[in-house]
Every structure is written in C-alpha cells, then in structure tokens.
Design a protein around this ligand. Structure first.
Ligand code: GAR
Length: 197
C-alpha cells in the first residue's frame, strides 16, 4: 500500500481528484496518510477533513525564521512516513532537506505544458494569463518529479488542452483542470502505486 502525503495551498480540486480516484478504484493500492497546508484557510483542508484524512498546517508568517518553518513542515511530512509526496497546488518552495530526503518520491502537477509557462513566478492563474497573453492555441498540464529546480524535474506525463476564442484565464484554468490535471495526477499516482513508474 503506497502511503501518500499531499501538500496543498488553495482550493484543493486536485486533492479531491485523488480522493475520488482512490474511492472509486481508479487508484489502487494507495492511501492518503495526511494533508499538509501552509494556509490555514485553504478549502483543500475542508475537503481532507470531510474525507476523514488527517491535516497539519504550518504558516511561514507564524515562525520566527524560514528554518523554523521548514522544521515544522518536515516534521509534519515525516510524521506520515510517506512513500510519495504529492504537490497538488502547493505554492511554497520546498526545503532542500525535504527534496533530498524524499528524492525521486515527490511529484508535482503544473498547469502548462512544461517547458512553456513554468519556473519562478508561474503558478495558478498566472500561468493561464500568460498563455492567453502569448496567444498559444494549445496549452495543457504536466506531472513531473520534483528536483532542486522550479518545474525542472523529470516529466512523467503531459496532456494537451485547446485554447478557445473568448477564453478568460478562469475559463482556461477550469478546462485545463477538467481535461488534464484531474486525469493526469490520479493516473500518475496509480502508476507509481502499482509499479508501472
Ligand atoms: C492547479 O491548477 C495546479 O496545477 C496549480 O495550482 C492549481 C491548484 O488548484 N499549481 C501550480 O501552479 C504549481 N506551480 P487546486 O488547489 O484546485 O488543486
């Protein structure tokens, strides 16, 4: 049984996609041991609680230094002894120690076709704003392993999504989530849990 820790910062629709996929058997041999957030008000935490999953939070502002925050963050993740750490809309740069400790066992979902619209400053709605500003006709999502860089780790899976006339960043974000993110992330976890990756 693959033990998963999920890190979230916001609405948690990707977390929900994982919860639903475990529940209906699209992800086999895996369970979410805990959900961590840097944001106490993240709706993702409500989703976790409703699914009966333990949650832990640590907010960088509430610590006297970045090191202290990192310590609390690592303690929370370690407490679940995860085989896999999933970043599902997590907007905090990971401590180097966490990346080292869980090397090859951290994955992230990013809302573009990497290497487009990724790296520092590209997260959430900003990614879609930039895709529309640049006028691309196709965008998508990427699941990748996490290394020391920002969005530079080995790519696991990608799915293309059409940009349509009249799209706003919000409309495009929703289409990318529905057609790509909520499909790719559960599938990647199922592949890891069942030895295909
Ligand atoms: C998702 O679109 C995810 O791909 C993105 O944040 C959103 C979180 O939504 N992640 C990044 O931009 C990471 N660089 P959610 O909280 O509803 O899953």
């Amino acid at each position: 049984m693959l033990n998963i820790a999920v890190c979230v910062s916001g609405g948690g629709t990707n977390l929900q996609a994982i919860i639903d996929a475990i529940r209906d058997g699209r992800i086999k041999n895996a369970k979410i041991a805990g959900v961590f957030s840097n944001n106490r008000n993240a709706y993702a935490l409500t989703r976790a609680k409703e699914a009966g999953i333990e949650t832990k939070t640590a907010c960088p502002k509430e610590f006297s230094s970045r090191e202290e925050f990192h310590k609390a963050f690592l303690e929370a993740i370690d407490s679940w002894k995860p085989d896999l750490v999933v970043l599902a809309g997590f907007l905090v740069i990971l401590p180097e120690e966490l990346i080292r400790r869980y090397e090859g066992r951290i994955i992230n979902i990013h809302p573009s076709l990497i290497p487009s619209f990724c790296g520092t400053g590209f997260y959430g709605l900003k990614v879609h704003e930039e895709a529309l500003r640049r006028g691309v006709k196709v965008t998508g999502a990427t699941v990748h392993f996490v290394d020391e860089g920002t969005d530079t780790g080995r790519i696991i899976a990608q799915k293309a999504v059409e940009v349509l006339p009249g799209d706003t960043p919000e409309i495009l974000q929703r289409r990318v989530m529905e057609e790509a993110e909520w499909v790719l992330l559960p599938r990647a976890i199922d592949d890891i849990a069942n030895g295909r990756l």
